[in-house]
Write a protein that binds this ligand. Sequence first.
Ligand code: ATP
Length: 304
Amino acid sequence: MNIVLQHIASTFVSCKHQPLINFRDGLTIDPFIPPRRKDKVVIVMGATGTGKSRLSIDLAKHFSAEIVNSDKMQIYEGLDIVTNKVTDKETCGIQHHLLSIIDPNEVFTATDFCQRATKAVDSIISKGQLPIIAGGSNSYIKALVNDDIEFKSRYECCFLWIDVNLKILQRFVSERVDKMVKEGLVEEAREFFNPDGDYTSGIRRAIGVPEMHQYFINENNKMINEDTRDKMLQIAIEKIKVNTFKLACCQRQNILRLESQLEWKINRLDATEAFEKKDGESHQAWNRIVYEPSTQIVRHFRGE
Ligand code: ATP
């Protein structure tokens, strides 16, 4: 027998209860050991304004979890109001990863996200906690779950999608913009005003910054009276509302595409009723139609 074939024959001893491969240094691999079970990761998806942060914090409290942000603007430092980051109080002490970690002028890509998110998920699992990835950037989620071979080979994902009727969501995001303006959106956006009008990189792309450009250019113009300035501000705020709703529609379409084209099994939770009601009733509806079903789904996913 050819020497190479002889070597192969002696190395691959195929017997049910013996190691199949013997390496010279004594390392053996038993092909009958089942492959390592994949670690579990929960992914909370949804358009802007649907309550992804709220649900992920609710779940994190219940399951002892930590949260990995997947919103491509919230990854940057700054614009806390404009990008609607969770406040310290809202985090309820739950550890958040990939939030405000990148310089606002830096380029941060989907590949960077995959590397950082995988590292964060590893560290959460090493602490015996459940990783919850939450955020609206579906291109980042797709890059991680579908295109990143390392992540795909090591983790099993459970997808939760908070969906809200678009008409109802439009009203909600419009009111949210008014609230942001009261909380200091204009002052925050002014820090990133670029007289050249270039808003194509870093955090400057965030909805709320380019829309303010015309207003900032003219706000110190002595030829413009106060009335006109106020009107310019109202136009900018209206643009922010329109673009935020456009973003919500695109994000929803992208989730539907991931479901239909990549055949992801996404658990849809219709939160509309919680958005139609107010105060205590809204809270009760949220628990009944979003929080409790999500808890059941995650429990089942974890084999509990
Ligand atoms: P796309 O490929 O269109 O960028 P995506 O899934 O990668 O989609 P999205 O999260 O939908 O990313 O963000 C698209 C754009 O919407 C961002 O480039 C930014 O202009 C704006 N945007 C996203 N999230 C926020 C946010 N939290 N605050 C303000 N603007 C945001």
